[in-house]
Design a protein around this ligand. Structure first.
Ligand code: PMP
Length: 613
């Protein structure tokens, strides 16, 4: 990203000249403002690099929320008592702070919502319902977050409009020529992200807006990521709508902003009905409040607004341009270090980038989930998965990436800790030899191969393929055996390692069986599972499964140990939840992994139910 000129006039506080971008941040002082950063994770200092998901909160925000609840809390707008007056004053002062932060012309153009997601949904529902007709078109881009895709799909379904998609190149940059070709007289709205959460790409939004306006289309900017890294002036940009979330701006969760040009918001019907959004109500006719109250039904998140305003004040006191220059320096350093780690590939190498480094370990192939889990053991928090950008991941042919994302409190030493840990993780993985699952075809498995195990327990017996054998007379007996082994281990890392090794010794699932119909969705990693009726038996189920993630292979090892080679009725009768609770596994699995385990369990039980008839 380009560093702003020496004297940048920021829209907030109005007219104040922020010092030169080159004046370095006092990081030690800044880190002192964030108490959460002082802790250790797994005995190591916390290195928090998941800022694109949510940022940490400075004392200024925590104190403002505490002060609000301890001194001023009351409902707003409709009372004459002191506390209500104060709460109303704080809430509306927060709106003015946001107005200045975004450079909006009027405070009535600022609508408080729960977050960027709710902002997009509001526009898609209210504006969409009013202005979209069959045959109209909405343009989004390949790199959009699901929250800037799905609301438009819903609006298209409701109106008969059509979604068009701007493609990207391999660096993760929008193909602007293709965008220009997509624009036509049917285009009603262009909804694009200002800064990609998965790639870090900064999109040329001024040009996008200018071209859309030339065809009479409106533009919604998703500023969920950009608001904390780039100076935004909605009047200068001339966007029609903009959304952002407080929690990515050092503010609280549950509060966000929809900016809309006044004439557009005026022309839109209310989205939700309730208190505070009306002028008068009768059973014959209800009239609505003026902007922005028309879109703020019910008691709003008053403390959230107070916290958000404190966060924006804090960010402004640091200087968003100075913060951005610092984050650019971290990103440049991280990029240089990562480029030197053999086997690591950066995903998203746009010329204009900010604050986000997405990567995969390509040689040896490691799942993002394993990379993230191993980094967590070093106290380093990164995000793994599709980052709510599945179409983007499909474009790159990846199930997901690991992503480090930077904020104003991160340091060069933290970037080095990340790069050093990753180097070691890749080094260790290189020493392990294991054939990893191939990328599945998108095709269902061809009928002539008769390998389908995705939905039928009655697949023809594949005598040549070895399945996992029974290890005991019943799931219960197998479970008791394992529970005894587990008692010898001190912690869950050792237990997982044992499960992974156990799973590695079991028969391998042939790559040809890894197809779309054996794929188990709902897991963060890529998982395939197939089952069959054991040849020569009437009711015994055998199964095979594999994953690209070590940890998930450990869980597969556990399931195979319990279930493979067992009678379908015994599988269905076994109290698996109770068993997991007895092992303590339910306490040691993250929500994501629990969901993945449940998806695999569901598939095994489905096969067992089909076999049991
Ligand atoms: N858009 C982008 C680019 C994002 O990164 C996110 C959050 N990851 C959102 C939209 C949605 O934000 P929220 O969940 O706060 O509504």
């Amino acid at each position: 990203m380009s560093i702003p000129p020496m004297t940048t006039v920021l829209p907030y506080p109005a007219g104040r000249v922020i010092p030169a971008a080159s004046s370095a941040l006092d990081i030690r002082r800044i880190r002192d403002d964030f108490p959460i950063l002082r802790q250790k994770i797994h005995g190591k200092p916390l290195v928090y690099l998941d800022n694109a998901a949510t940022t940490q909160k400075p004392n200024a925000v925590l104190d403002a929320i505490r002060k609000y609840y301890t001194a001023d809390n009351a409902n707003i707008h409709r009372a004459v008592h002191q506390l209500s007056e104060r709460a109303t004053r704080d809430y509306e002062a927060g709106r003015l702070t946001v107005q200045r932060f975004l450079g909006a012309a009027h405070s009535r153009e600022i609508v408080f919502v729960r977050g960027a997601t709710e902002g997009v949904n509001l526009v898609a529902a209210s504006w969409g319902r009013t202005f979209l007709r069959p045959g109209d078109e909405i343009i989004v881009s390949t790199m959009e977050h699901h929250s800037n895709i799905v609301p438009w799909q819903l609006a298209c379904e409701a109106s008969g409009a059509r979604l068009r998609v701007i493609p990207i190149n391999d660096r993760g940059e929008l193909l602007l020529d293709e965008y220009e070709k997509l624009l036509n007289d049917r285009t009603r709205l262009v909804a694009v992200t200002h800064l990609s959460n998965a790639l870090g790409t900064i999109n040329p939004v001024s040009r996008i807006i200018e071209s859309a306006h030339a065809r009479g289309a409106k533009v919604l900017l998703d500023a969920a990521q950009s608001a904390s890294h780039l100076t935004i002036d909605v009047q200068e940009l001339d966007c029609d709508f903009l959304v952002c979330s407080g929690h990515k701006l050092y503010g609280p969760t549950g509060i966000g902003v929809l900016y809309g040009k006044a004439e557009l918001l005026e022309a839109m019907p209310p989205w939700q009905g309730g208190g505070d959004m009306i002028h008068t109500v009768s059973f014959n006719r209800t009239t609505y409040a003026d902007l922005p109250n028309k879109f703020e039904a019910g008691t709003p998140d008053i403390a959230g607004v107070v916290g958000l305003a404190a966060a924006l004040d804090y960010l402004s006191s640091v200087g968003i341009d100075r913060a951005a220059a610092h984050e650019d320096m971290l990103l440049a350093h991280a990029t240089r270090r990562f480029e030197q780690i053999a086997g690591v590939r950066l995903v998203g190498t746009a010329e204009q980038k900010a604050a986000v480094l997405s990567f995969v370990v390509a040689e040896p192939v490691m799942s993002a989930l394993d990379v993230g889990t191993k980094l967590d053991l070093e106290g380093i928090a990164v995000r793994t998965g599709h980052h709510c950008c599945q179409p983007l991941m499909d474009r790159f042919g990846l199930p997901g990436t690991a992503r480090a994302s930077f904020a104003l409190y991160n340091t060069l030493a933290e970037v080095d800790a990340l790069a050093d840990s990753l180097t070691e993780i890749v080094h260790q993985a290189t020493r392990r030899t294991r054939s990893l699952p191939v990328e599945a075809t998108k095709e269902p498995c061809p009928a002539e191969m008769q390998l389908c195990g995705g939905t039928q327990a009655t697949c023809p017996p594949h005598l040549e393929i070895e399945y996992a054998p029974a290890v005991a007379a019943s799931p219960r007996a197998a479970g008791e055996e394992l529970a005894e082994v587990f008692e010898f281990f001190d912690d869950w890392n050792d237990r997982y390692q044992y499960l992974i090794e156990m799973g590695d010794k079991l028969p391998k699932m042939p790559d040809a069986m890894k197809t779309e119909c054996t794929r188990v969705h709902g897991c963060q990693s890529t998982v395939y599972l197939t089952a069959r009726q054991k040849p020569g038996t009437a009711d015994v189920l055998e199964f095979l499964a594999d994953s690209d993630a070590d940890l998930v292979r450990g869980l597969i090892g556990l399931l195979e140990h319990l279930y493979s080679g067992q009678k379908a009725a015994d599988i269905l009768a076994f109290d698996i939840e109770g068993y997991f609770a007895k092992l303590g596994l339910d306490q040691h699995l993250s929500m994501n992994r629990r969901n993945g385990l449940e998806a695999m369990l569901k598939r095994v039980r489905q096969h067992a139910a089909e076999l049991a008839g």
